[in-house]
Design a protein around this ligand. Structure first.
Ligand code: FMN
Length: 391
């Protein structure tokens, strides 16, 4: 599949506008997701072999997830499991529906395996997406893997009211999903990244924690198909409430990152997603690449790989491996994923890698990880986590 995609399909797709292709692909996957038979066929070609792991109290069939931004409104939800992903992060969703920035807003730097985007959280709003999720569940096609939601701040909400904005979205989405990611790291909503400041983030986390604690005090949570069976000792227990993670920007200083980590215990952060896209740009002497790098927005893909791995390693060391990390940034193959895992990531995600490598990427990474584990004489993925970060 990968050869076919790279040599035959991709050259045709890449002649067209990046966002238009994205929208067309999403419509096709949404259509496929509503048809069990098509999903079964997709899965037989592109599904991944098992490589189970348990992180923050959830059981994952494999550690390779779909990163936020690909399926913002949950329109293709059932298709991601059929494409071999071990979990899906939907969103970003904001409290208010919003159109995002003006088009064009996605640009490919093909020779570098990179994308620059300034989407600006285009989404249908938390209430509409909650309805879509309820409809998927009712249809019986909910995927057999953990599903999370990336939460952003609405553009019209002032920074001072950010905590309330995140809390409102969480309140309506909480019953539907397995985990949540507080996104304070997108470069495409003006000043959003100021919310990574310790005091501002503390306020947001306090607000979302209150929503999540109130919910777990009330009626029992709706069971998800990934909830561990009662008494299942292989899934580590987690505190009550659904896991809430924080997604960070690779442009933070490591000192600022450490300040965020100081909130982990008091605000019960379940993990860190490292990292979002970067506003920095590498040197390029290729005019076509330079033109893309001159665009405002966040850079993802190959040029982000090293910096995001450095963040994963730093967080792992600072927390002595106690805080789960989802590693994301420039993962194109199993070797890239292995690099993130051995630097300290318990799970990984891909976005740009799928654009360049095609829909077989999850299967191919999982197969490669199984091989790498075997070669290293390890039986379980968690044995590999952080092995190259320990000094
Ligand atoms: C077009 C596009 C849209 C994105 N939208 C979001 C988003 O809504 N929320 C978010 O947290 N990250 C978003 N991201 C960032 C990705 O989730 C990921 O963190 C980043 O692209 C690095 O991974 P990659 O190199 O595999 O793409 C987006 C990335 C791209 C390319």
């Amino acid at each position: 599949m990968s050869w076919f995609y790279r040599h035959l399909l991709r050259p045709v797709l890449f002649t067209q506008d990046a966002e238009q292709i994205h929208n067309r692909t999403m419509r096709s996957l949404a259509w496929a997701g509503r048809r069990r038979l098509i999903c079964d066929v997709l899965e037989s070609f592109l599904g991944a072999p098992p490589l189970p792991t348990s992180v923050f109290g959830l059981r994952f069939p494999n550690p390779v997830g779909l990163a936020a931004g690909m399926d913002k409104n949950a329109e293709s939800l059932p298709a991601w499991a059929a494409l071999g992903f071990g979990f899906t992060e939907l969103g970003a969703v904001t409290w208010h529906a919003q159109p995002g920035n003006d088009i064009p807003r996605v640009f490919r730097a093909i020779p570098e395996g990179a994308i620059v985007n300034r989407m600006g959280f285009n989404n249908l709003g938390a209430e509409a997406v909650a309805q879509t999720l309820a409809d998927w569940r009712k249809s019986g096609s909910w995927p057999p893997h953990p599903v999370g939601m990336n939460l952003g701040k609405s553009k019209i909400t002032p920074l001072a009211k950010a905590a309330e904005d995140y809390a409102r979205s969480l309140r309506v989405l909480l019953p539907h999903l397995d985990f949540f990611v507080i996104n304070v790291s997108s470069p495409n909503t003006p000043n959003l990244r100021e919310l990574q400041d310790k005091a501002a983030l503390d306020e947001i986390l306090a607000a979302v924690l209150e929503v999540s604690s109130q919910a777990s005090l009330g009626q029992p949570e709706a069971p998800t198909n990934e909830s561990p069976a009662a008494g299942d000792a292989s899934v580590p227990a987690r505190p009550s409430g659904k896991p809430i993670l924080v997604k960070v920007a690779p442009d933070l200083s490591l000192e600022a990152m450490d300040e965020i980590l100081e909130l982990a215990d008091s605000r019960r952060i379940a993990g860190i997603v490292a990292t979002n896209t970067t506003i920095s740009r590498p040197q390029s002497h290729v005019p076509e690449v330079q033109q893309v790098y001159n665009q405002n927005g966040g850079l993802s893909g190959r040029p982000l790989k090293e910096r995001s791995t450095e963040f994963v390693r730093h967080i792992y060391r600072q927390t002595q491996g106690k805080l789960p990390i989802i590693g994301v940034g420039g993962i194109f193959n199993a070797a890239d994923a292995w690099e993130k895992i051995t630097a300290g990531a318990s799970l990984v995600q891909v976005y740009t890698g799928m654009v360049y490598e095609g829909p077989g990427i999850a299967r191919s990474i999982v197969k490669g990880l199984r091989r790498l584990l075997k070669q290293s004489g390890m039986r379980e993925l968690r044995e590999a986590v952080g092995t190259k970060a320990r000094t």
